[in-house]
Design a protein around this ligand. Structure first.
Ligand SMILES: C[S@@+](CC[C@H](N)C(=O)[O-])C[C@H]1O[C@@H](n2cnc3c(N)ncnc32)[C@H](O)[C@@H]1O
Length: 445
């Protein structure tokens, strides 16, 4: 088998990310864009000793579960990878991803929480701006495995109004000939735009640039045309880095935060704070986490990796006391304001790394339940060790990366915890990412 060689194959199954799987010369082949049961012509794109990757060149026998992608960029864009299949197949693949990754544990498997809106659900969009070869201003997502920006009109999983605002910004940048960033040469001004919106129809726009600049006219143009824009920020990031937002912010218009409503509570959210990207399924995810926790009014709880306090304050409504821990200072400022906004008295927010802060809490009082919602890399080992030492009876682990959650659950199972129940949740429709909420309890020894 050689690179770029083509084969006529039948696809046996899916891998955990929704690639079609077949076998050639005893090698497993992962085929992008192919579906179970299909007969396809594939081209080999990458070869390893035991497996290789290929892409679909032609479909000879089509799966009944295949649909026409609604996105014109799906072949090249590195964003959504499951646009070619119906939703039933997508959710089965996601359930299987969680099942396969957690197969060494014995637990109750709950069905995936589905997403009623599989398009237009994203409340945050972040897109680089560039100039194409003709010198026209373009914006869009990066091409798969590259830093080339694909010029797009619209991202179909993102909010319609945000797509429209992007269009206006690009027109303005083009008409007024504002210098646009060139990544290869690391020169030019206008780098990227982030737009965030809430269910209360409030929008925040962040213009990411390499140097300070007077955007008074752009701000007026945007706010005249979009009354929903409540906040516009400039973020100055001159570094050649993959980290899009720097710590250097300047408020150009309106309020510092926009307001979100989650399960009836109000939340101030800043540009730098984490907020789940799918509002409706975030509510379902939190409700499921609270259901699994089975909280009681006499309980003391920790919400680790709490962000702006959106789970913490929902926990507070049900328990004696809750501590939220979060490393980003702006998110903790939001969380403290959110506590006041919702007139909640039994929550305390602590700014710092969970692995450090939890050590102080461990000697303070008996904790009955802890929620973890870490970033993709999962929890620090020292954090888990303190949780184990504290003998906290119940853990609710929310994860956007089931592989690292599985690693952490294994550590916890070895030290007296049992994985009881797992519920996948489709927060990221049309992509292969899946959110999961897991309940662990401490075995009575
Ligand atoms: C997946 S988000 C969850 C936020 C929140 N629970 C929510 O649902 O909106 C993870 C959060 O953990 C924070 N974080 C990352 N590493 C951390 C650490 N070592 N200690 C505390 N917080 C951390 C991030 O800033 C982010 O707000």
């Amino acid at each position: 088998m050689g690179l770029n060689e083509t084969f006529n194959v039948k696809i046996d199954s899916y891998d955990i990310n929704g690639y079609g799987v077949c076998h050639i010369d005893k090698k497993i082949v992962f085929v992008e864009g192919a579906m179970e049961g299909e007969v396809v012509i594939i081209k080999i794109t990458d070869i390893h000793s035991k497996f290789c990757f290929a892409k679909t060149i032609k479909i000879l026998e089509k799966s009944p579960n295949r649909i026409e992608s609604l996105c014109p960029y799906s072949e090249i864009c590195g964003g959504c990878d499951l646009l070619h299949m119906n939703y039933e197949t997508e959710t089965k693949i996601k359930e299987n991803k969680v099942r396969q990754t957690l197969r060494k544990f014995n637990y109750i498997e709950n069905p995936i929480i589905k997403n009623d809106n599989q398009y237009g659900y994203r409340n945050k969009i972040m897109v680089p701006f560039r100039k194409d070869e003709e010198g026209d201003v373009i914006y869009g997502f990066y091409e798969k495995m590259s830093h080339n920006v694909i010029s797009m009109d619209k991202c179909i999983i993102s909010n319609d109004k945000s797509n429209e605002i992007l269009h206006y910004i690009a027109r303005y940048i083009s008409i007024f000939n504002i210098s646009v960033y060139n990544e290869e040469k690391n020169i030019g001004l206008f780098k990227e735009v982030m737009i965030r919106n809430t269910v209360l129809n409030e929008y925040m726009v962040v213009l990411i640039v390499t140097a300070d600049y007077d955007f008074t006219n752009l701000v007026k143009f945007l706010t005249d045309n979009f009354k929903e824009i409540k906040s516009i920020w400039l973020n100055i990031n001159s570094k050649l880095t993959n980290v899009v937002l720097s710590d250097s912010y300047k408020l150009l218009y309106g309020s510092e935060t926009i307001i979100e409503d989650i399960l009836g509570l109000k939340f101030n959210v800043s540009a730098a704070s984490f907020m789940q990207v799918n509002h409706d399924n975030c509510e379902k995810l939190y409700s499921e986490a609270l259901r699994l926790a089975d909280l009681k009014p006499n309980m003391n709880v920790i919400d680790a990796y709490c962000g702006m306090g959106s789970i913490t304050l929902n926990i507070a409504k049900k328990v004696n006391h809750v501590y939220g821990i979060e490393v980003v200072e702006t998110a903790i400022i939001n969380a403290n304001n959110n506590k006041i906004l919702n007139n909640i008295k039994n929550a305390d927010f602590i700014c710092g790394k969970c692995e450090d802060v939890i050590k102080d809490l461990s000697s303070k009082e008996k904790i009955d339940c802890i929620f973890f919602d870490p970033p993709r890399k999962g929890c620090e080992k020292s954090f888990l060790e303190t949780v184990i030492q504290m003998k906290i009876p119940k853990i609710v682990y929310i994860s956007c990366n089931i592989a690292t959650a599985s690693r952490d659950i294994e550590i916890l199972e070895k030290e007296g915890y049992k994985l009881e129940s797992v519920t996948p949740c489709d927060l990221f429709s049309r992509t292969s990412h899946v959110e999961t909420v897991c309940l662990l309890t401490r075995k009575q020894i």
